[in-house]
Design a binder for this molecule. Structure first.
Ligand code: X90
Length: 277
């Protein structure tokens, strides 16, 4: 039996996954250009061009066809999408799964709504990879991954929320703080899959402290954490050191965000996916 995992590009798969994981790409769009968030995207160039661009920029989720073509011919397909509360990707994936099983009644497809973005999707996907290599049935995996999702969380530290606000993904009021006189917004993915600001620390040092405080407050299990950054390897490495100092047994991995997450997290931003007790 063939089993395949398919994520959308908000999971940043090109930073960490191999070709065995399928990907439905989101797009970053301006009046002049379209950036497809795939393995070929030059993220550095995109971030630089967008910083200089004066016009409007936005994003678009993958279509149902995009998801379907990433399914290939697998007998069982396991999808993981960005939060359904901020993107149409989950809906497109669900329609794709429906169509797939209608057209091939012997096949199965399911979609996990991550209610999150970036590194939390990586956690979920890594767990799925483990499950599909076992004897667990499709239904068992569905149950197990839903349970695992209750044990993962996402924190973020953003220096600017301009793109989020301009695209209606956070309220302008929330976004107004970020970036003003060195103010960062530290927050979490809410249970509904939206951005929930928690603290507004001033300066990088305070922001990293705030992330550590929030990690502990939100029941980090001290075992597994992914720290993803948008052109801020220093802050990511600094956070990793703090995590290891507090949780010496932790497996902490740092990596660079892909195109979609970089667009919204913006330069300097950190996204932190972690396991909970
Ligand atoms: O469909 C589309 O065009 C994509 C829209 C995506 C909007 C949100 C992306 C967020 C990326 C920013 C900080 C952490 C978010 C927490 C999620 C609940 C990352």
């Amino acid at each position: 039996m063939t089993r395949k995992i398919v994520v959308d590009s908000s999971a940043d798969p090109f930073a960490w996954a191999g070709a065995e994981i399928g990907c439905a790409s989101l797009k970053i769009i301006t009046d002049q250009k379209e950036y497809v968030d795939d393995a070929k995207l030059d993220i550095k160039k995109m971030v630089k061009e967008l910083a200089e661009y004066k016009g409007k920029s936005g994003t678009a989720c993958p279509s149902t066809e995009d998801w379907l073509s990433a399914f290939g011919e697998a007998e069982e397909v396991y999808c993981v999408s960005i939060t359904s509360n901020l993107s149409g990707s989950y809906n497109a994936a669900r329609l794709a799964a429906e169509r797939y099983t209608e057209e091939h009644p012997d096949r199965k497809a399911m979609v996990v709504d991550s209610l999150s973005a970036g590194p939390e999707l990586r956690l979920i996907t890594r767990k799925l990879q483990k499950y599909i290599g076992t004897e667990y049935s499709f239904e068992e995996i569905k149950e197990k991954i839903a349970a695992y999702q209750q044990k993962t969380g996402l924190l973020f530290m953003l220096e600017s929320m301009r793109n989020l606000a301009n695209n209606g993904r956070v309220s302008p009021l929330v976004a107004k703080m970020a970036g003003l006189l060195g103010i960062r917004v530290v927050g979490k993915a809410s249970d509904e899959g939206t951005l929930e600001p928690l603290e507004k620390p001033r300066g990088r040092e305070k922001a990293l402290e705030a992330l550590m405080t929030q990690l502990k407050k939100h029941n980090f299990n001290g075992k597994k954490i992914y720290i993803a950054h948008c052109f801020n390897p220093e802050a990511a490495a600094d956070l990793k050191e703090r995590v290891l100092a507090a949780f010496p047994k932790c497996k902490a991995t740092v990596y660079a965000l892909g195109g979609l997450c970089s667009f919204y997290a913006e330069k300097g931003g950190l996204l932190v996916g972690y396991e909970k007790t």
